[in-house]
Design a binder for this molecule. Structure first.
Ligand SMILES: C[S@@+](CC[C@H](N)C(=O)[O-])C[C@H]1O[C@@H](n2cnc3c(N)ncnc32)[C@H](O)[C@@H]1O
Length: 408
């Protein structure tokens, strides 16, 4: 008998592990005993539903079950071979078995177990299997697309994810992977994309929608909707009753409408689902004319990030941009407050600029109390995660800080 704790699962997180963790904790609020190492998080949960979870989360690329929990000294190729292929392949027909193996943990741990996949391959061959070790490109962890392509979630194939800490090893077997094609199609193939305004990646939009946890039958608003990435992600697989988008720019509203129609055409949502959209042109300062008081359950929005940056702006320009966006947010939070229901949540982005000349960030913390809001970013200190959740790509001059607010 193997020592496996009941209900023990794992997720392999995407490019921004703190943000992905916050999303996971919002979607699965009963998580217990979480451990985070590198991009792998393990935990107990009684409401695990692998398929639904994989289709819901934007920030998790693989997930599965922990099949073995042991002392790290026990980690041998023979143990892994026994776990994925408990019996010998029959003498008459060699069975083929493809596997992937990724070790998560410190760099030194990864180095220590560098040879494990080759040793496992040998061990499985000795058991009579015809074995293929599927590797990630250039030593990278095996991608969800490769796991799907090689059928590694189908027995006896296996994609093993190992969390090796100082004394323990948790061995996970992937059961679901992110549908990389569907995400990429929504990112790159939608008809209207606006690189000038900065495109919100759909995975980040989905994470924000999940952080808001709009109740079933509730109303979600994006008052700076641009070409509608957040609205699209809010419409897929949710029971939100109304999805409202507005923007000051009529062209953006036309783009949102075109993207929403495309979403139906590509069968991401049904025509009936699309009836939930309500899209209109409005300056945020006029929005009360269009929306009834106390009718909104959640506001999920990227907000205005300021003029596009080229990386050559002076410190003075960066500070002036931050000050302009700060003031727009103060005005916006005043306008939005009467529209909110008591238990509503806001998930917004405040930009932080940096280049070789300087740095400037939009900070709202000091204004929140006066404006009638409080910050509600999840407390992930048990995992050594700061409450500031950020999204940043190396080649960009704008970092997006995600702020979760509640009215008081
Ligand atoms: C960064 S873009 C949002 C992009 C959007 N998340 C998307 O995925 O396409 C910010 C948007 O805010 C809009 N905007 C700027 N000032 C505004 C205001 N005062 N009221 C309403 N919308 C405004 C801009 O037209 C722009 O489309």
């Amino acid at each position: 008998m193997y020592d496996v704790r009941e209900y023990m699962y794992f997720c392999i997180l995407g490019s921004h592990p703190p943000l992905s963790t916050a999303e996971l904790f919002s979607v699965l609020p009963d998580i217990k005993k979480p451990i985070l190492s590198d991009k792998m998080i393990t935990f107990d949960s009684t409401s695990w539903d692998a398929f639904n979870l994989m289709n819901t989360l934007g920030g998790t690329v693989k997930l599965g079950e922990i099949i073995y929990n042991a002392h790290s000294a026990e980690l041998t190729p023979a143990l892994l071979a026994d776990l994925i292929a408990p019996s010998k392949a029959s003498a008459e027909g060699r069975r083929s078995l493809d596997f992937g193996l990724t070790v998560y943990g410190s760099k030194s741990t990864q180095k220590k177990f560098f040879k494990l996949p080759i040793q496992l391959k040998k061990e499985l061959k000795a058991k009579g299997y015809s074995v293929r070790w599927v590797t990630g490109k250039g030593g990278e962890p095996l991608s969800p697309a490769a796991v799907a392509k090689c059928g590694l979630t189908d027995n006896p194939n296996a994609d093993l994810c190992l969390m090796v800490n100082e004394n323990t090893v948790l061995i996970g077997k992937t059961t679901e992977v992110q549908d990389a094609d569907a995400w990429s199609i929504r990112d790159f193939d939608r008809p209207r994309r606006d690189s000038k305004n900065g495109m919100l990646p759909p995975k980040l939009a989905r994470m924000m929608v999940n952080l808001a946890q709009t109740p079933d039958g509730g109303v979600l608003l994006d008052p700076f909707c641009g070409s509608g990435t957040i609205l699209m992600e809010a419409a897929i697989g949710t029971n939100i009753a109304q999805i409202i988008g507005s923007d000051i720019d009529k062209k953006q509203i036309q783009d949102t409408e075109a993207n929403n129609n495309w979403l139906v055409k590509e069968k991401f949502i049904t025509a009936k689902d699309a009836k939930r959209f309500r899209i209109f042109t409005s300056d945020i300062k006029e929005i009360q004319k269009f929306i009834s008081p106390k009718s909104i359950d959640s506001i999920v929005t990227e907000g205005y990030l300021g003029p596009p940056l080229h990386g050559t702006e002076s410190q003075k320009t960066l500070s002036a941009n931050a000050s302009q966006i700060h003031d727009l947010w103060v005005d916006s939070l005043v306008e939005l407050k009467p529209l909110l229901k008591t238990n509503s949540k806001l998930v917004i982005i405040t930009p932080e600029y940096s280049n070789t000349n300087g740095h400037s960030a939009v900070m709202l913390d000091a204004d929140l109390n006066n404006l009638g809001y409080k910050k509600e970013n999840p407390d992930l200190s048990v995992l050594n995660i700061e409450s500031t959740l950020s999204y940043f790509r190396d080649n960009q001059f704008v970092k997006r800080n995600i702020l979760i607010l509640k009215p008081i």
